[in-house]
Design a protein around this ligand. Structure first.
Ligand code: CUA
Length: 259
């Protein structure tokens, strides 16, 4: 009952973007990057083939069980071979796979494309928090913009803040700008993941992984560590705040001043 109610409520049109998980959510969060839009479109594409295959297989199975039941068909046929049908049931599924593979590869390679990034953000996973560096603004060996980002504990939450998702220091980035996130870890495996941005990237000690992002709208995007990394794995969320370029410049200037 509760599930049904939640499902019905969640299927109502919403008045704002869904950039954080929601109770009883079963679908995707709203996309904020072309990559996430592509992922959702590919999911729907593949779902079409899935529905066709499921309907066809169940129709075949039901008909077979009905027509070839021992009572209805006491003397079985002795056919053991059929060249035409064997060609059909080999070629047809492989054509379906090709139809899935082509858009899938197009998306996969476009997700990997780093388009001359204007801003690079380095995210470092720790047990159990994230730290960030904006190395573009370094003047000396000391990082000019670097900070830790811890989850806000439940007791410290302000009204309206999201439990287990809010952090003390958000990652601020400009909208409509080619971004690059460089991801690594200081201790064990973590994973830097934000559903609305279509990013899920392993944070591996001793290795730099990179993902591009182009955020199309302003907003606050919530994500979580997505690789089991110890007892507080659930308590190292990620918050990315996408702001207009002028606000971003002001934010960076402020951070450099602090340092
Ligand atoms: Cu860090 Cu899970």
């Amino acid at each position: 009952m509760r599930f049904l109610l939640g499902f019905l409520l969640s299927s109502l049109p919403t008045l704002s973007w869904l950039d954080a998980p929601e109770a009883w959510q079963i679908g995707f969060q709203d996309p904020a990057t072309p990559v996430m839009q592509g992922i959702i479109d590919l999911h729907h594409d593949i779902f079409f083939f899935l529905v066709v295959v499921v309907v066809f297989v169940f129709w075949m199975l039901t008909r077979t069980l009905y027509h070839f039941h021992a009572k209805r068909n006491p003397v079985p046929e002795k056919i053991i071979h059929g060249t035409v049908i064997e060609i059909v049931w080999t070629i047809l599924p492989s054509l379906i796979l090709v139809c899935i593979a082509i858009p899938s590869f197009a998306l996969l390679y476009s997700m990997d494309e780093i388009v001359d990034p204007a801003v690079t953000v380095k995210a470092i996973g720790h047990q159990w928090y994230w730290s960030y560096e904006y190395s573009d603004y370094n003047q000396t060996d000391q990082p000019a913009v670097a900070f830790d980002s811890y989850m806000v504990p439940e007791d410290d939450l302000s009204p309206g803040q999201l439990r287990l998702l809010e952090v003390d220091n958000r990652v601020v980035v400009p909208v409509n700008t080619h971004l690059r996130f460089i991801i690594t870890a200081a201790d064990v495996l973590h994973s830097w993941a934000i559903p609305s941005l279509g990013i899920k990237c392993d944070a591996v000690p001793g290795r730099l992984n990179q993902v591009p992002a182009f955020i199309k709208r302003e907003g606050v995007f919530y994500g979580q560590c997505s690789e089991l990394c110890g007892t507080n794995h659930a308590f190292m969320p990620i918050v990315v705040e996408a702001v207009p370029l002028s606000d971003y410049i002001a934010w960076v200037a402020n951070k450099i001043e602090e340092a």
